[in-house]
Design a protein around this ligand. Sequence first.
Ligand code: ADP
Ligand code: MG
Length: 695
Amino acid sequence: MSIGKFELTDNVMYVKGVGPRRAASLEKLNIFTKYDLLTHYPRTYENHSSLTKICDVFAEENVLLVGKVFNITSREARGLKIINAVLMDETGCIKLTWFNQTWLLTKLKEGTKLLAIGKTKFDSWAGGLAMTPQSFTILDPDEEPELGITPIYPSTAAITQKVLRTAIKNLLAQMPPLKEILPQEILREQNLISLDAAIRSIHFPKNFDELDAARRRLTFDELFLIQCGLMLIKRQNQDERLGISHKKNGALLKAALEILPFDLTKDQKKVFREVTRDMENKLPMRRLIQGDVGSGKTAVAMLALVKTVENGFQGAFMAPTEILASQHYEKFSKLLGDLGIRVGLLSAKITRSKKLKEELYQKISSHELDIIIGTHALIQEGVKFAKLGLVVTDEQHRFGVAQRSTLEKKSDTLPDMLVMTATPIPRTMTLTVYGDLDVSLIKELPPGRKPIKTLVKNIRSRKKIYDFVRTEILAGRQAYVVCPLIERSESETLADIEPAEEIFEMLSRGIFRDIPCGLLHGRMKPREKDEIMEKFRGGETKLLVATTVIEIGVDVPNASVMVVEHAERFGLAQLHQLRGRVGRGADKSYCVLISDSKASVAKARLETMEKTTDGFKLAEEDLKLRGPGQFFGEAQHGLPDLKIANVFRDFDILIQARDAAEKFMTDDENLKYFANLRENLALAYGDKFNQIIAS
Ligand code: ADP
Ligand code: MG
């Protein structure tokens, strides 16, 4: 946006007090433009509202003092580098102490003016008052300290607080008033201050009320705009083209229900009713089925696929891994083959052979296949469906919103869509990342499942643990050993971790030398992985050492024990997911978490695994402790990068923003306004929800 000559997209070096050299350093903070600097929000604030004269200071008081330093000395004691100085104002003096900050010696000169903040104490050695400053600022001789609330920014060694504060102050002085982006009506209803006021106050609030109002406004903006983006997708799905309206359940579906070797649970029935209703509706279905591992989501998805086939359509089923795709294929073709439903698998083996691939594609496009199962190769390759009616994505967080929309564009009509996820997604996430989907929940597990016994053990118990594993194997069962790494890491923080390869060597040559063991990890070729998995599933190998490649979906009912090495390296949601690999058969199952972590936080975190099997609780816990990035692994979480909002702390605002967006976007004029806003948005908010909307 252009405001006179001032452009928010200008390079930050043109801000007074920055220049090319500092601009280069600012890049480390991801600040490239004036906009980036403007939205480099403070991390926290310090309250410097009043100055105390040294003669008025008592011990054990939090104070802000300004004076000159004298008698600067340094020494070493017990490995600590200690700097002492005396701070003096017109009324008295106080002793200052710093630990391990030797760089100060080059900055502090006799007579340097200093602002120091901290708690005072009585120093019996000095026989007077002393302070170890919690924070301090070196002032120019004629500089008056700024009183009030001081912003504390994320900073680096090269870019100090003072540089940032000055640069932002100059930027705000240069900047013409920002145009309002939210409609007046919403500002009024939500009781929000103007964007311009909010941006200025977030950096330099006059008081805490003003700060709260600014933070609320900017947080609302972020969340509201994302919600509008999600509503836009939702509305577009509903408006642009009409979807498929499936007919009422008929004979084929009835036959499929009869062929299932079990009765559906109450939750499965409820969810299938919701799915049926959506599929029969003319609007395209956009539904997320959330349910713990083994809760029977796939069974519901299979019925939905039968329904689309019954209506003369094709169905696609995308699994997150090759192994899973072929497992589903086996199950589906065995069950559904009897009903005359033709099931195909697009596997890596097939895509490697040009001939096989063309044959399969031909069968898909000529409707010789009814249900096609594959990984997301199914969307990436040039697969053309004759008549796609339903797409099921077994998501497990591997597919983002972007991939979801790519698949939609594969077809001229809008097929119905079902997304399944096994890692329970806390409500905060369903409201942000999955806000365009309706949610169904499967809470109860099918009957007859035995709870898995989970134990947290110290590494010293390793021998005992593996003795136990041996007993289980000799009794005819199988076991998994899960490790966080494949091979030894060069990185210092991971150097202590025994990788899968070493654990495999240790076990297969040691205690299990007479027992067939396998090693499975993500760096193996698909064919190799399949072979190893096949051997384990067939019971040929008894012990499988693996990385988290087995996390998703592998189904070996005879496996009754899982040992997780260095369990502290995993997230709780992930451990829960891993744990779901055992306890699938008739035997009592165990999950042993080995950890040598001394940190009590880590230990307490793992102990929640012993106490609860509620995946939602574990996920919420995890998300709080580790943040969405860790929770979902790498940058795959699909959560837009939020500058100020925190979906946990600001959950209330999230709900308000969602409700406001829902209301706002029902109006067609507003819809247009928003679509426009996205294009013209002065503040680069656009980028954020473009990540969501992008395809
Ligand atoms: P999910 O996809 O949620 O992980 P699945 O649909 O794969 O779960 O089901 C897990 C296991 O439970 C499968 O072996 C499946 O055959 C079985 N199963 C599913 N639904 C039921 C049910 N209602 N009663 C008994 N077993 C069931
Ligand atoms: Mg499954």
